[in-house]
Write a protein of this length. Structure first.
Length: 361
């Protein structure tokens, strides 16, 4: 995810973050047996540190550099929420948390700058562990100030890689083959998905519905909070590179949606929101295997056609040129949910879908 990327981040990733081994030589104990399920919610980082470190300026640094936002969604969707525990309480299920950041002050540490070490699958499967070590508080704070952008990217990448791994292992192979035959691309689709629209250059696929009950404070009642997600795959002829500029992509998107995504009420159709706070944004896109490069667009949609009436949601799309078919391909995932529901888990699942794209082999 491109959230204020910089050359500094690239340098930190290559220099400060060292080690990608799965073993653990930290003072927190040895690696658990394989097959252990990770704990914790999507979008959480468990920070393990002494209470004195947590109650210092370092906490403010953690909040400002790890709690970023996936723009331009509204209500705001944070990449991460920080929770904490002390080393003495870092036991049992807490050790298995999906994202663990350990902050250590070691007086015997003799390096001129703090170190940041990354490990995977230490105490549970698909776990990301980052350990920052320094000789004193000032060095620890400086290391956090300089390195947490890169640490954020480590955890951020794992949040879409986990569902992608699940989709690869349990993909809807029949539907995957159908998409390949139709568009010349491979996309991993969640098991249980169904095609609801098949047209010459357009498919819309609904993913299995998920829900998270919403409790209305003081009423004692709950709303089912159903979250509807899916993906639209479409293609059109490539003429020149200007088609990848934001305004042109939005225009082409609106044309496709107007004719292919009608609402239940006659005269309404899915369109793009262009309000100032939720105006679509464009970033570079690289597929999971690194072979497809294009652009990704994030924004909000709403159903148009009958004035201000109608519901809407979020979309996360990638656009790229398929050299074999000479067409621009768009894989646009979407989410339709109550603003009172948490979108974090579902957005990461949608991100995993677009990251899975490949050109047919």
């Amino acid at each position: 995810m491109a959230l204020m990327k910089s050359t500094l981040t690239v340098i930190l990733l290559s220099i400060l973050i060292i080690g990608t081994n799965t073993g653990c030589d930290s003072p927190y104990g040895s690696k658990m047996s394989p097959g252990i399920t990770a704990t914790g919610d999507v979008g959480e980082i468990l920070v393990v540190c002494d209470q004195g470190i947590w109650e210092s300026d370092i906490k403010l640094t953690l909040d400002s550099l790890l709690t970023q936002f996936i723009l331009p969604y509204f209500p705001d969707v944070a990449t991460f929420e920080i929770i904490t525990c002390t080393p003495s309480n870092f036991v049992k299920g807490k050790k298995r948390h999906r994202n663990v950041l350990m902050l250590n002050i070691d007086p015997a540490f003799s390096e001129n700058q703090g170190t940041i070490k990354k490990r995977k699958d230490v105490w549970s499967d698909q776990q990301a562990v980052v350990e920052i070590t320094a000789k004193d508080f000032n060095q620890l704070h400086e290391t956090c100030m300089n390195g947490l952008w890169a640490v954020h990217d480590v955890f951020d990448e794992m949040e879409w890689k986990r569902p992608l791994d699940r989709y690869v292992r349990h993909t809807n192979q029949k539907l995957k083959n159908e998409i390949e035959n139709k568009f010349g691309v491979l996309v991993d689709i969640p098991s249980g998905s169904n095609v609801v629209t098949r047209r010459k250059n357009f498919y819309r696929i609904e993913f299995p519905a998920s829900s998270k009950p919403i409790e209305f404070v003081g009423s004692g009642t709950q709303d089912p909070g159903t979250i509807l997600t899916g993906v639209m795959i479409y293609q059109y002829n490539f003429t020149d590179s200007s088609q990848f500029e934001l305004e042109q992509l939005c225009s082409d998107r609106d044309t496709m949606l107007k004719y292919n995504v009608p609402y239940d009420i006659s005269g309404m159709y899915m369109g793009t929101q262009y309000e100032k706070l939720t105006y679509p944004i464009l970033d570079d896109f690289i597929s999971s295997n690194g072979k497809i490069k294009g652009v990704e667009m994030r924004g909000m949609f709403k159903f148009l056609g009958l004035g201000r009436f109608g519901r809407g949601g979020a979309f996360w799309a990638c656009h790229f040129y398929n050299e074999k078919t000479k067409k621009i391909v768009c894989v646009s995932t979407y989410l339709d949910a109550s603003p009172m529901s948490s979108w974090t888990k579902n957005l990461r699942e949608l991100q995993a879908v677009i990251k899975s794209v490949e050109i047919e082999k």
